[in-house]
Design a protein around this ligand. Structure first.
Ligand code: ADP
Length: 700
């Protein structure tokens, strides 16, 4: 290489050094003077040195002159080592603050340069700013770390969700607590590695918890045995869970301070337990049990174990509540069924949807003459071609088919103590007193009907026999009485025609006639009652003059009772002596005679009795008739009963003859005429009976 070539090379070299993005400096290996430095190195020095040493002033000076003493001290040993051993020194990435809080990162190295004779003559320092790399790397690292932690969180979340989702799904699919608790335990075991998992169900009545399922990593049967039943307020943590809503968490049961703080009896540390979580299972306001887990590792309050457990809690609580309610409903149904089965009455339930018999007890089966098996599930209206009888409330009627009552109940009617007929397969009939009602679903729609039967066949036949007896007896009694009356009348006629009979005999004769007439009336009443009971009383109505009929009754009653003055008051009649109405004259006379004879019977002699007839303008379709006396009156408490069969008020003299049938018959007869009767009375002052009678024939 010639001289010119060398000069050129040196020029290139110094150009390269000037532009290299690294600081390069050459030091004397003996005294560590800075011999030369490139521009980049100069800039580093200028940025960090006193103004005094800036702009190349350091060249020719030993570095410990211009470096701060503390730094210079570290450099000195490095320089010495490289200068004496020739081993290069490499300083890896390190932080360097050239302005407060703004770090820059550097690497530098120091190499020994030997002279031709092999001695170390120079030291070459090479410093590179790696801040950009470092910052980029730091960012990458931070991003990575963040990703990593969020991945871990996501993973924990995913695992928690897997557990919760599986448990939730199983709850949705099948609210069977056995199934759900097994799935819960299996999931917790797979995902959060517990040492143990237990589920207890609460028994609020016995005040204890019963173990439903347990998992133990080492299958320690002794421990399982010890937690089979846990009484409330016992010595363990579990015992107190019914008082708290929050999860009970122990992060590390081996920690001495934790052990000291646990007031309850605590076998956890002895069992080698670290983490422990006990979740009380609440469903609304009801404590249903607990879910407990323990771990061989420490746990954290916000750790995945706690979160996984907390996620399962609502589902298991719901499942436990459902299981409990289900058992309660089943038990309740069972109790009800047993009660119905044992009832002495027949009970039958029909479903509205398919109109089949859903329930019948043995009594019903017996009444229907069918077996229970044959009855259950069969349509309720088979075996009977009976057209249901028209049913109108409030009217006396024949017994109707039970099927008809069910039909009415399915339409929403409630009926009690209705006479109904059950037709047995052999054609015989059973008479029942039945009550029937619709069964409604929660939203109010009718989804069935229930009927209760009480067999009254025997009662009915006794009643029938009684009626028959009464009817026969009345007929048989009537004949001799008619004969007696006839003979008495003959005698009376002969007296009138001049036959001699002393006073006593004449009085006796009058008595015989009166008493026989009274007896005839009583017998007639009894016969009428039997007719009404058997729906055998029919009216023989026609148009008559009501004024005339009433006048006749008053007249004949006045003849019998001369001790009362009976007056006839007519009001608002268009013609004073005529009011035409449609009625059975014989029966109207019976009505009026009854009312009048009562007034006579129950009021003092010489008192006034008023019979009234009014044709009110505003109500031209009716006649209002009344019988008013000034007698003993009727006690208010008895007013409601006096139209009942055989009812006699308490305030009267029992020696006054009567069966308590008169007013019952009056009411039935008035009703048959399409009218109605009511009474107003004040004890000690008198009574007024009002009869409302329709004037015209009822249009059917
Ligand atoms: P009885 O045969 O007893 O008269 P009723 O059926 O005719 O039977 O009457 C029932 C009861 O009503 C009577 O026993 C009596 O207590 C009461 N009663 C009926 N009419 C009157 C009246 N005008 N004044 C007071 N009490 C009456």
């Amino acid at each position: 290489m010639d001289r010119q070539e060398t000069a050129e090379t040196q020029l290139y070299a110094s150009t390269m050094l000037r532009h290299t993005p690294a600081g390069i400096a050459l030091f004397d290996a003996q005294d560590f003077r800075l011999l030369r430095a490139n521009a980049y190195f100069q800039r580093i020095l200028d940025a960090n040195n006193d103004p005094h040493w800036q702009n190349g002033q350091t060249t020719g000076h030993q570095f410990f002159d211009w470096l701060p003493a503390s730094t210079a001290h570290k450099f000195l040993s490095i320089f010495r080592h490289v200068a004496t051993t020739g081993e290069p020194y490499r300083r890896g990435e390190h932080v360097f603050f050239n302005a407060p809080h703004i770090p820059s990162y550097w690497t530098w190295n120091l190499a020994a340069l030997r002279a031709k004779n092999g001695h170390i003559a120079y030291l070459l320092l090479n410093a590179s700013n790696v801040t950009r790399h470092v910052v980029a790397r730091q960012k990458a690292e931070a991003t990575h770390a963040a990703l990593d932690s969020s991945n871990r969180l996501l993973e924990a979340d995913r695992r928690r969700l897997t557990i919760v989702e599986t448990v939730a799904r199983s709850v949705r699919e099948l609210l069977d607590i056995e199934h759900i608790s097994k799935i819960t335990i299996k999931n917790l075991v797979t995902h959060i590695e517990p040492r143990s998992v237990y589920i207890h169900t609460a028994d609020a009545v016995e005040r204890r918890m019963n173990l439903l399922h347990a998992f133990l990593i080492n299958d320690d049967q002794q421990v399982v045995q010890s937690i089979q039943t846990v009484p409330y307020d016992g010595p363990t943590i579990l015992s107190h869970m019914y008082k708290q809503r929050d999860l009970f968490i122990i992060e590390n049961a081996q920690d001495k301070s934790v052990q000291e703080n646990l007031t309850s009896y605590n076998p956890l540390s002895a069992l080698g337990v670290h983490g422990y979580i006990c979740a009380p299972l609440w469903y609304h306001d009801r404590f249903e049990g607990t879910l407990t887990t323990s771990f061989f590792h420490d746990i954290q309050r916000d750790g995945e174990e706690v979160q996984a457990l907390a996620g399962c809690v609502p589902h298991i609580s719901a499942a436990l509540a459902h299981a409990r309610l289900h058992t309660e409903v089943v038990n309740e149904r069972e109790r009800l069924r047993i009660t119905l089965d044992q009832l002495p009455e027949g009970v039958l339930i029909v479903a509205a949807s398919d109109r089949t018999i859903k329930y019948a007890n043995q009594v019903t089966a017996h009444l229907m003459g069918r077996s229970l098996d044959n009855l259950l599930g069969s349509p309720f209206n088979t075996n009977t071609d009976n057209q249901p009888l028209p049913h109108t409330r409030g009217q006396k009627q024949h017994a109707t088919s039970w099927v008809h009552l069910i039909e009415l109940a399915l339409q929403g009617e409630i009926m009690s103590s209705e006479e109904s007929i059950i037709e047995q397969p052999d054609g015989s009939n059973v008479t029942c007193l039945s009550s029937c009602a619709p069964l409604r679903a929660e939203h109010g729609a009718i989804d069935g009907a229930m009927i209760v039967f009480q067999d009254i066949t025997r009662l009915k036949s006794t009643e029938q026999q009684k009626a028959e007896f009464l009817s026969i007896a009345s007929h048989e009694l009537r004949t001799p009485i008619t004969a007696m009356l006839g003979f008495a009348e003959i005698l009376q006629m002969r007296v009138k025609q001049g036959a001699s009979l002393d006073d006593v005999s004449q009085r006796a004769l009058r008595h015989i006639t009166e008493q026989s007439e009274q007896l005839t009336r009583l017998i007639e009443e009894m016969l009428d009652v039997t007719r009404i009971e058997n729906a055998g009383l029919h009216l023989n109505s026609a148009y008559h003059n009501l004024v005339e009929t009433l006048s006749n009754v008053i007249e004949s009653q006045s003849i019998t009772s001369k001790k009362h003055s009976i007056i006839f008051l007519k009001k608002d009649l268009q013609q004073p002596d005529i009011l035409i109405a449609y009625y059975d004259e014989k029966r109207l006379i019976q009505i009026m005679s009854n009312l009048l004879s009562n007034s006579i019977k129950y009021s003092p002699q010489k008192s006034k009795i008023e019979v009234g007839l009014q044709h009110i303008h505003e109500q031209p379709e009716i006649a209002l008739i009344w019988v008013k006396d000034q007698g003993i009156g009727i006690p208010p408490a008895e007013l409601a009963h006096i139209f009942e069969r055989f009812y006699r008020a308490d305030n009267m003299d029992r020696s006054i003859s009567g069966l308590g049938l008169g007013l019952y018959l009056v009411k039935e007869l008035v009703t048959l005429h399409g009218g109605h009767i009511r009474v107003e009375s004040q004890e000690g002052q008198g009574s007024t009976f009002y009869v409302v009678l329709p004037l015209d024939k009822k249009v059917e």
